[in-house]
Design a binder for this molecule. Structure first.
Ligand code: SF4
Length: 72
């Protein structure tokens, strides 16, 4: 298992956490206790990141081209 320190992408607060990965999959999230903003805490949106990243419903390509073809 690997973990990488990163910043939450959801809002401008920029809370810090470690993303745990295994075989190119995100398997967990651990708040950074030393991060000056979040200080070991995260809101519910960040806690749901691992589930969102691996969701089969996540869009993996832009849909704009499909919509533009219908218009043209
Ligand atoms: S954990 Fe919540 S408050 Fe912090 S940056 Fe992410 S969305 Fe914003």
């Amino acid at each position: 298992m690997n973990q990488a320190l990163t910043i939450c992408p959801y809002c401008a607060c920029g809370c810090g956490f470690y993303l745990q990965t295994e075989k190119d999959k995100v398997i967990g999230i651990i708040p950074s206790k030393n991060h000056p903003v979040s200080r070991g805490k995260l809101c519910v949106k960040a806690w749901g990141l691992p589930e969102m990243i691996s969701s089969p419903y996540r869009l993996k390509q832009v849909l704009l081209n499909v919509q533009m073809k219908k218009i043209i």
